[in-house]
Design a protein around this ligand. Structure first.
Ligand code: BDR
Ligand code: CA
Length: 312
């Protein structure tokens, strides 16, 4: 199994993504989870990390939580509480966090772990890239030691938080640009593919019908989310953004990848946070990312369903 660190801002789709990872021990070994500002403020994303690990039962019991950056590198923090609810996990019956967060900062945990396992560690960030950028700035020596970063964020096309920018990119554009410039093998799982993976009413019903607590909580979270997606985008369910990034790490064959140069707009203005993707190679700049351009969404959902069904 691939040793991974899950970095994110749970956030309801981060929680579903982490459950997918924790339920997949034959593919992934979760070394730790790290939290960042984003959908809601850091104290809540850190608490929600503990709740998510508790939902995973035994698979989450020994996984340590490290809190990271409480704000972006340069800009003021954004929030997506309108999408994820005020607490970030809009479900009625949730377990208490199983353990307290560790004292070590998320960025320092990432640095230490990558140095301990040169060439082995895959980072799966599903939020703003502040922790990852901090780790790369504090310890540039880890760039060649990372196996890969698989990030949910950006878009080859339009944004969701602004017409130009996807939320995770906009929530710390400077950090995102640092990561794209770092020379680390990088996969980008952006809105152009995640918006094809919709938690339709049939899919939500299938999760509920699993009959376990994890399936019930996923169904409840995705039902809240569906109402937001219906209002905002006229879609019949929420997009499974972050779970697709975890699936991309454990089954990269479910997506189609295209190498290209990606730069993140850090200037204020209409395009702030846009991931400018050179799909046709018109700049002649070398590729710095493998960008997902297609997804087999039925197979992805079958995988998610089967794995969530393994949990308590
Ligand atoms: C991303 O933004 C967040 O609200 C979600 O958790 C996901 O990571 C999608 O744009
Ligand atoms: Ca997220």
């Amino acid at each position: 199994p691939l040793p991974v660190i899950l970095d994110g801002d749970p956030g309801l789709d981060d929680a579903v993504a982490w459950l997918l990872a924790l339920a997949s021990p034959e593919n992934l070994t979760v070394l730790g989870v790290t939290t960042v500002h984003g959908n809601v403020a850091l104290p809540l994303t850190t608490r929600n990390a503990g709740v998510t690990l508790a939902l995973a039962g035994e698979a989450g019991q020994k996984v340590p939580v490290y809190a990271g950056a409480d704000r972006p590198l340069v800009r003021p923090p954004l929030s997506a509480a309108a999408v994820h609810g005020d607490t970030g996990l809009p479900a009625k019956h949730l377990p208490e966090p199983g353990r307290d967060p560790e004292a070590e900062h998320a960025a320092l945990f990432i640095i230490r772990t990558v140095r301990e396992r040169p060439g082995e560690v895959t980072l799966i960030p599903t939020g703003p890239l502040t922790n990852v950028a901090l780790a790369l700035r504090l310890a540039p020596d880890i760039a060649p030691l990372l196996r890969e970063i698989v990030w949910m964020g950006g878009s080859t096309a339009q944004g969701n938080r602004t017409p130009a920018a996807e939320f995770n990119a906009l929530a710390d554009p400077h950090a995102a640009q640092i990561v794209f410039e770092a020379g680390v093998p990088l996969k980008m799982v952006g809105l152009n593919v995640t918006m094809q993976c919709i938690a339709t009413p049939e899919r939500v019903a299938a999760l509920r019908a699993l009959g376990n607590q994890a399936g019930a909580v996923c169904a409840e979270l995705l039902t809240f989310y569906a109402a937001v997606y219906q209002r905002r985008y006229g879609l019949s369910g929420g997009a499974l953004h972050d779970p697709l990034a975890v699936a991309a790490a454990l089954r990269p064959d479910l997506l189609t990848w295209h190498p290209m140069n990606v730069q993140v707009e850090t200037e204020e203005g209409l395009n702030l946070g846009r991931t400018v993707c050179d799909l046709y190679g018109v700049t002649a700049q070398p590729a710095n990312a493998q960008v997902a351009v297609g997804v087999r969404d039925d197979e992805f959902f079958e995988l998610l369903l089967e794995r969530i069904g393994r949990l308590p």
